[in-house]
Design a protein around this ligand. Structure first.
Ligand code: ZN
Length: 200
């Protein structure tokens, strides 16, 4: 297990790396497995829902996304998990189809902790990627409204192309620092109940 340093948009040198385009992965070897494990450990350490390899300074087309569990509040106020959290590891991911309709939500990024802005993206996307063994996989019409894989993968693929979430915000007055409003190490559940955004 290795937690890697997440590089930042607000550091000039690190931003140059984040603005670079990542290269396709061609070798599905032990080195790739180690990179992916480090990315998962780093994403979880920071309570994130997604991480792209360039965010740890590796310009290769690899992303990890952890779709949070869905919990529903019962009439007695208790929370019941109706769908478990799901981890996705995607190598060379691509959006091959996207809806015309878009939905807006607050997005954050582990490379600019605390800051969130309103971004509109397609309602659903069809994703093509390779798994750790190099086998092609598809997720058809993945939901992209809310913290769902279809949403988060769009943010992560942007990282692979050197596009930052701040460049996707149409109304920059929506970009705000929520640091003071957030508890130090909130659990996903508490964040959801507080309706606070999470970082990718
Ligand atoms: Zn990000």
């Amino acid at each position: 297990m290795a937690i890697r340093q997440v590089i930042r948009i607000d550091n000039e040198e690190e931003k140059k790396i984040l603005k670079s385009k990542s290269v396709r992965v061609r070798q599905f070897d032990k080195g790739l497995q180690t990179l992916v494990q480090d990315m998962i450990d780093t994403m979880r350490e920071h309570n994130g829902v997604g991480l792209a390899a360039p965010q740890i300074g590796v310009l290769r087309r690899v992303v990890v996304v952890e779709q949070p569990a869905i919990e529903e509040e019962q009439p007695d106020g208790t929370m019941v998990e109706t769908e478990p959290a799901k981890l996705f590891v995607m190598v060379n991911p691509e959006i091959i189809e996207a809806s015309e309709e878009r939905c807006s939500m607050l997005e954050g990024c582990l490379s600019l902790p605390g800051w969130y802005g309103e971004i509109a993206r397609p309602n659903w996307v069809t994703i093509k990627y390779q798994d750790l063994n190099g086998r092609e996989q598809r997720i058809k019409k993945a939901d992209a409204c809310g913290y769902r894989v279809g949403r988060m993968v769009q943010h992560e693929i942007d990282h692979l192309d050197g596009v930052l979430f701040t460049e996707r915000i149409e109304d920059l007055s929506t970009l705000r620092n929520y640091n003071e409003e957030k508890p130090k190490r909130p659990s996903l559940l508490r964040r959801r109940k507080r309706k606070l955004p999470i970082e990718e």
